[in-house]
Design a protein around this ligand. Structure first.
Ligand code: PAF
Length: 295
């Protein structure tokens, strides 16, 4: 298996072929690093791939817009898809193999098995998007079973997803090291997301309110304002000043339990989901510098 940067990665469509291929790689003593994605790659995904390249002999990327994690009326049909574009980008980060299955192979007729993580999935995005995490944990379990990675890399922008996947990996004794990687931002602070492509120029401008809210919360905490209610009230005003913004949630939570906190401490993370027009964006960040890293 060559890993020369810029060599176009091989694309495997079949679940069986991918599993056989990865089994053979493991038997040959190769360390498999894995980056699961839904495609429309951006710099955030590429940072995961580069770290995966460093951590494994073989770098596998999956591209699958997973239908089971989208609710009715969400953007499954519109989610941006372009495999050629993604393959070219993945090549620049040194990916060896792209697993791009079709839904009917991942969820064939008669499919009936789901993975549920309790507790962590009922709050935040789980409250707004019922069934979302069941779809995520199910597909990630399947992907882990097919790709059999030694290490898998996820972005911290999906903070709750990362916490849920860590819980699941421990609870199910999955032999995979889960690595969280820092959020990658545009120069003006907007967290990179495949969904940013939905924003008009004006909405793109208003979307900056998410990262501004994080900066404001950190400043308040640094100045000694540790009452969560007071911080949330200020941020709510800031966001409400944007005509196209609608808050889905805005909470200060403990980084591991994801339970809301009354007082900011080193484990506090601000988590927010805000609709800008029809586009739902998420962001998060620790509020105190002494925060231990989740990575
Ligand atoms: O974060 C994502 O892109 C998806 O939720 C994931 C982990 C690839 C599962 O479909």
């Amino acid at each position: 298996m060559t890993s020369a940067v810029n060599k176009t990665p091989e694309i495997v469509r079949s679940v069986d072929q991918m599993q056989q291929r990865c089994l053979a790689l493991r038997e040959a003593g190769k360390r498999i690093a894995f980056v699961p994605t839904m495609g429309w790659l951006h710099e955030g995904h590429l940072s995961l791939l580069r770290e995966g390249r460093r951590r494994g002999d073989v770098l596998v990327l999956s591209i699958f817009v997973n239908p089971t994690q989208f609710g009715a009326g969400e953007d499954f049909d519109n989610y941006p898809r372009d495999l050629d574009r993604d393959a070219a980008l993945a090549a620049t980060a040194g990916a060896d193999l792209i697993f791009a299955p079709v839904a009917s192979d991942m969820y064939p007729r008669g499919y009936a098995t789901y993975v549920d993580v309790e507790g962590l999935t009922e709050v935040l995005c789980g409250a707004s998007r019922p069934g979302h995490f069941r779809g995520v944990t199910t597909v990630v379990t399947k992907l882990f079973t097919i790709v059999q990675p030694h290490v898998a890399l996820f972005g911290q922008k999906d903070f709750q997803q990362l916490a849920v996947i860590r819980r699941m990996t421990v609870d199910l004794n999955l032999p995979v090291e889960v690595v969280g990687m820092p959020i990658v931002r545009e120069a003006d602070g907007l967290a990179m997301s495949s969904r940013n492509v939905y924003l008009s120029a004006e909405q793109r401008r208003q979307a900056l309110v998410l990262s501004r809210a994080l900066v404001m919360a950190r400043e308040m905490a640094a100045q000694g304002q540790i009452a969560a209610d007071a911080v949330i009230a200020e941020l709510t005003q800031l966001i409400a000043a944007m005509p196209d913004a609608r808050i889905d949630y805005l909470q200060i939570c403990h980084q591991r339990t994801l339970q809301q906190q009354a007082t900011v401490d080193p484990d506090s993370v601000l988590l927010l989901a805000v609709f800008i027009g029809q586009t739902r964006l998420i962001d998060n960040g620790f509020l105190l510098d002494s925060a231990p890293s989740q990575g």
